[in-house]
Design a protein around this ligand. Structure first.
Ligand code: AMP
Ligand code: MG
Length: 491
């Protein structure tokens, strides 16, 4: 395990022509301190988790002390934002420091967010709030541990610096870790400027780094890259839908070319099954509502496909959307059937799932608690071990009737109860990162500079499917006070 000073950075992105980035050093905080350090991820990266106790760690991680070999740069990209093309985005407040190689020879981008203005800042301050940094830190780790492809988060560095948002808020930096930070928007900037050579260069870069099995330089090779992106995007978005996650800002600049959940802003988990659920308070028309996510991802993919049209043949381009549709439906269907404990893909079972979602929407029943409870229903229709279900049935006759239909479906199409419970509990989380859980951690950080809740929450959500009786209070529905919480783009 390496000390932070023993890391040797490289930056393959810096080997691309200069139009791909602006080289730039972070603007460090004057007196930084550690807010959170993800020991689990550190160990995965081959970094000594004990570095947490290194008094100079915050200085190393906010740009105040050098990291050997780092070659920081702001990546250029464009993007379709809320349906309107913006040619001029790029990392306005983040820098790709470079890559490190872990003990399994995997290459990871380390990307520092909130580290000062760049050429792409468009007059904004280049900083990020402590609040939004904590939200991304917790959210991205929680998704990863749910099995949803995502960027990861190594740490949050705090400061005494205040920045202007709705109020004056403390600034922080978050160190993001991902296999890539290349976005759909990274291609779009060049496409709309007719710079085909740069599109090819970027495609070659992504293929070399992420698809070693694909031969670059041929129509088939570029087509393979396009189809892989379509497939990965579909898998991720299908998982968002099944787990009730809403990204909030699905602009093409926030879409990863390897299907990672990227750029955590005003995201949220729905509470009740509501297709119109909008997590982003600034999204006035609900463009990025929970129910629109699959269609939006497809729209984004169409835009991305356009960028590659000069490199692939028409037939392959047309297949991207087909593959997206097919993969999305299959992945979502398969996950939902598993969540309900059905073994085979039978038409009746699928219809039953659809009907149940309709009932959940109508009755305003908690989506997550409901699904987690289902593994307690046995094939004979009893559910003694689950007082939550008993209460649900006591308040409404329709749910009582539903249980007997469900038991019938289980008898027709499921494994024996004990095996089924195990499988269901591995796809229906006991712990869901609801806004109020993060809000409590954020308030303690802001009001008392107490950061212990952040690490506590991160650790609970490392095992979202396991019973953790000592953390029962994190498993319930949101409290009344949380209903008024809103999250906007301003961060
Ligand atoms: P986002 O909505 O976070 O995906 O950001 C969209 C664009 O705005 C990206 O180019 C960001 O780098 C940029 N941006 C957002 N906030 C800031 C900020 N405070 N300073 C500079 N650029 C920012
Ligand atoms: Mg973004």
């Amino acid at each position: 395990m390496r000390k932070i000073t023993e890391l040797r950075f490289e930056n393959t992105y810096a080997e691309l022509p200069h139009e791909f980035y602006q080289k730039k050093d972070p603007v460090p905080f004057k007196s930084p301190h550690m807010v959170a350090f993800n020991e689990t991820l550190a160990a995965e990266l081959g970094i000594d988790p004990d570095e947490k106790r290194n008094p100079l760690l915050a200085e190393h991680l906010c740009g105040k002390r050098p990291l050997a070999g780092a070659d920081p740069l702001a990546m250029y990209y464009a993007g379709w934002q809320f349906g309107v093309y913006n040619p001029d985005l790029g990392d306005g407040r983040a820098l790709l420091l470079g890559q490190i190689i872990d003990e399994r020879s995997r290459r990871w981008d380390l990307h520092l967010k909130g580290c000062g203005a760049t050429r792409f800042s468009r007059g904004f301050d280049g900083r990020a709030t402590l609040k939004s940094s904590i939200r991304e830190y917790l959210g991205s780790e929680a998704l990863h541990h749910l099995g949803i492809p995502s960027t990861r988060a190594l740490c949050v560095v705090g400061s005494r610096e205040k920045i202007e948002r709705e109020t004056r808020e403390p600034a922080a930096m978050m160190l993001r870790v991902a296999e890539t930070h290349v976005r759909f928007g990274s291609f779009e900037g060049f496409y709309y400027r007719n710079e085909e050579k740069s599109i090819r260069t970027l495609a070659d870069y992504v293929i070399a780094r992420h698809y070693p099995e694909i031969t670059s330089g041929t129509k088939e090779g570029y087509g393979g890259f396009l189809l892989a992106t379509a497939e990965k995007t579909a898998v991720t978005v299908a998982k968002w839908q099944a787990f009730g996650f809403t990204h909030g800002v699905m602009n093409t600049d926030n879409m990863s070319v390897t299907g990672l959940t990227l750029d955590y802003g005003p995201y949220g988990f729905l509470e009740t099954f509501d297709r119109d659920y909008v997590s982003n308070h600034s999204d006035h028309f609900g463009r990025y509502s929970y129910g629109n996510q699959s269609a939006i991802a497809r729209w984004n993919l169409e835009k991305f496909t356009k960028c590659l049209e000069g490199l692939v043949d028409k037939k392959q381009a047309a297949r991207a959307i087909e593959i997206y549709n097919k993969t999305f439906s299959e992945t979502y269907r398969e996950l939902m059937l598993r969540k309900f404990g059905f073994e085979k893909e039978k038409r009746e079972s699928l219809r039953f799932v659809e009907k149940t979602l309709g009932m959940l929407a109508e009755s305003g029943t908690d989506y997550h608690i409901f699904l987690r409870s289902l593994s307690d229903v046995s094939r004979d229709g009893s559910f003694e071990k689950n007082p939550w279900l008993a209460e649900l049935c006591a308040t409404s006759g329709q749910w009582q009737q539903w249980i007997s239909e469900y038991a019938w479906e289980l008898r027709e199409n499921s494994l024996p109860d004990r095996e089924r419970k195990k499988l269901m509990d591995s796809v229906n989380p006991r712990y869901v990162l609801r806004n109020h859980i993060m809000e409590t951690a954020i308030r303690e950080a802001l009001e008392r500079e107490d950061y212990s809740e952040i690490e506590k929450v991160r650790k609970i959500f490392e095992n979202p499917f396991s019973e953790q009786p000592e953390h029962e209070s994190y498993a319930g529905a949101s409290p009344e006070w949380a209903k008024s919480l809103v999250v906007s783009c301003l961060s």
